[in-house]
Design a protein around this ligand. Structure first.
Ligand code: OOG
Length: 260
């Protein structure tokens, strides 16, 4: 019998994060870890975070772009949970000494005006529940060695969530062409990648609808005021001490993050 269950797996992933220790895939040690069980581990992990005082403030999508799916070798998107302990204000430095092997990726974020509950949510109905659209960076820090995981591993690990930064200027959703919105990712002054909003499921609002429908399937909803990260537009780049990483968007402005 496996030594793993929902509680022990959640505690192990939280301990790996706290102790800044990477580990092998859980699915190697616990082959029965299927997707539903992995989401139960993720929920338990969030319960443990709540026990230490964290509050859930939103949802993140992962692996919603082909660039990410190809790089990570996982061909399906997933959802995970954002808490208030993961927020960094624009301009704040990312504390690298508490992280394992941080990488950073540009995203589009939504702040919800109205609650959104699946099933049956479309990109259009999802967008009509959005208050503002923002630039965003997510710092990911998989608890799995070399970011090597199968879908159930990364789901259990809350989609490698670590820190995120939302641009302070929000734009109304009818004031932006989300599909055509471009981002240029630079490390120091070198452009290393570019993408458009189309990279995210064809339309970033499709990712939002996907999250609402997946949560609806479980009887959960995205509340008004929640933040939703739609998933990385490009592949992630390593975040190194004192090396600025910038995401310059066509409409959403520019965000720069530095690790220290
Ligand atoms: C998994 C999380 C991916 C995204 O936005 O695609 C993710 C990983 O790459 O470690 O957050």
């Amino acid at each position: 019998m496996s030594t793993w269950n929902i509680d022990t797996a959640a505690r192990e992933l939280l301990a790996a994060e706290t102790e800044r220790r990477d580990r092998g895939r859980l699915t190697d040690e616990w082959p029965e870890l299927d997707l539903d069980t992995a989401y139960a581990v993720q929920s338990r992990l969030i319960e443990l975070r709540a026990e230490r005082g964290e509050t859930v403030i939103g949802v993140k999508l992962g692996l919603t772009s082909e660039a990410k799916q190809r790089r990570m070798g996982v061909d399906a998107p997933l959802i995970a949970v954002l808490t208030d302990a993961m927020v960094l204000e624009p301009g704040a430095k990312v504390p690298l000494d508490s992280l394992i092997h941080p990488r950073i990726e540009p995203e589009i974020a939504f702040v919800m005006r109205e609650e959104l509950a699946g099933p049956g949510v479309t990109a259009e109905s999802a967008l009509s529940a959005v208050a503002t659209v923002h630039s965003a960076f997510e710092v990911i820090d998989s608890r799995f060695r070399d970011f090597s995981f199968a879908l159930p591993d990364v789901v259990a690990d809350n989609a490698s969530a670590s820190w995120f930064i939302i641009g302070s200027e929000g734009i109304a959703p009818d004031q932006i062409d989300l599909v055509g919105e471009t981002v240029e990712l630079s490390v120091r002054d070198d452009v290393v990648d570019t993408a458009t909003g189309a990279a995210i499921q064809g339309h970033p609002a499709e990712a939002l609808a996907l999250a609402a429908n997946e949560l609806g399937r479980r009887g959960e909803r995205i509340p008004a005021g929640a933040i939703v990260l739609a998933g990385a537009m490009t592949d992630a780049v390593p975040l190194e001490p004192d090396v600025p990483v910038t995401a310059a968007y066509s409409t959403l402005g520019s965000l720069t993050v530095v690790g220290t």
